[in-house]
Design a protein. Structure first.
Length: 409
């Protein structure tokens, strides 16, 4: 069977569905495929933090500014895909006060709303906060429900004419004289010819790049998340120290999600899941939030970050690799026409990543329509029941928000 489309997007996570939505809204004929259900790669195996930018404020000014901009946009367009909790950055007695001060000042410099409150005020909202809290800063962090976000974005793309195919793995990229012209797709789809192919496969971008004959220097890292029973936390907790294992606690309705570690992996499909990561994450989170030490675990899962680290950008450690994103125009970079990759980034900045990639592709295809994705709400974003129906329709089965999906009565 033969299909034709203007743009074929490979990868159905936050960025891939965002690209499909953006390009479809510009009037392009778009097809999106994913090897499994949508959003079950990095997107659906994240801790689901809606970053304010405060985590990066003192170390990555550009990334911090991107986060606060996208934080505001997602609150406007994503409705029930987002939980507006706010966040605390908490300094414990053994943590460096100069680091806390530097982060606070950097937040103010980068227009990230930040306010100091006393430990006593913080405990009014979080009675189980550790006793040795010295300083607390309030920032506009929040929670993303990735399954709903991907479902709403894919449905919005479809409303604008895009074709969406979950469970459609690429077996081969079709090439002709230095140009990628389509893909052979399994599970009865057949061949899809396209004017342009987009590689939005996240941690797997290097593998699809190999099919196109280009080298994409990915350095994926794994991280563990532990969901526990706990009813009553209504604000994101961050440890105010250099990013390390076990420094984030994400609230859900009757659970919390603890995260996370950062360990390099060779293969994003096959990697060790070490018990020490679970133990360390719980131990470290419990220093800031003592109930984590004993709360019953409901699920434990690992995700793989799609870090892009070409040799010239090496920084000497997994946590030092940029969390920024990159749009790789392979015609310009490698002499391979009809192929673009978008790599790196964070879930919070997925819409911005999608817009940047869509801008590049639209220019290649001679399309002048601008992006409209900052202004229009996502499809069904105010209806949690419909969102959860779409999650099922698109075969989204990520563990990040498994306790939330379908819980609406």
């Amino acid at each position: 069977m033969m299909h034709s489309t203007e743009v074929l997007v490979v990868g159905g996570g936050g960025t891939g569905t965002g690209i499909a939505r953006d390009l479809a809204m510009r009037g392009l004929d778009v097809t999106l495929i994913d090897r499994g259900g949508l959003g079950i790669g990095t997107t659906g195996r994240s801790h689901g933090l809606l970053h304010s930018g405060a985590r990066y404020a003192e170390s990555d000014a550009a990334g911090a500014r991107e986060c606060i901009v996208e934080n505001d946009i997602l609150r406007d367009i994503a409705g029930e895909c987002i939980r507006d909790t706010g966040g605390y950055f908490v300094r414990l007695a053994d943590d460096d006060p100069e680091y806390f001060e530097e982060k606070y000042q950097a937040c103010l410099e980068h227009d990230i709303p930040a306010e100091r409150i006393s430990p006593e005020e913080a405990r009014e909202a979080v009675p189980d906060l550790a006793e040795d809290v010295e300083e607390v800063m309030v920032v506009p962090d929040g929670v993303i429900y990735p399954s709903r976000l991907v479902a709403a974005t894919a449905a919005d793309a479809r409303e604008h004419g895009a074709a969406i195919y979950p469970d459609a793995p690429v077996t081969e990229l079709l090439r002709d004289d230095g140009r990628v012209i389509g893909a052979a797709v399994d599970h009865g789809i057949g061949k899809i010819h396209a004017d342009h192919i987009v590689n939005a496969t996240g941690a797997w971008a290097g593998q699809l790049g190999d099919m196109a004959g280009v080298d994409i220097e990915m350095k994926p890292t794994r991280g563990v998340m532990i969901a526990q029973e706990y009813d009553g936390l209504d604000i994101v907790l961050n440890r105010a120290r250099d990013p390390d294992d076990g420094d984030i606690v994400i609230p859900h309705a009757e659970q919390v999600v603890l995260g996370t570690t950062s360990v390099e992996v060779e293969d994003p499909d096959e990697y060790e899941k070490a018990d020490w990561e679970i133990e360390r994450t719980i131990e470290e989170c419990a220093e800031m939030f003592p109930p984590a030490a004993e709360a019953p675990e409901t699920r434990t899962y690992w995700g793989v970050r799609p870090l892009y680290a070409p040799e010239e950008a090496e920084t000497g450690g997994a946590r030092g690799i940029s969390r920024g994103f990159f749009v790789l125009d392979h015609e310009e970079r490698d002499g391979v026409e009809g192929f673009t990759s978008v790599v790196g980034g964070k879930l919070t900045t997925h819409r911005m990543m999608a817009e940047a990639a869509a801008d590049s592709i639209a220019e290649r295809l001679g399309v002048d329509e601008p992006s409209q994705t900052t202004e229009k709400p996502l499809y069904a974003s105010q209806d949690p029941e419909q969102l959860d129906e779409l999650v099922a329709e698109f075969d989204i089965d990520g563990p990040s928000d498994a306790d939330v999906i379908g819980s609406v009565q």
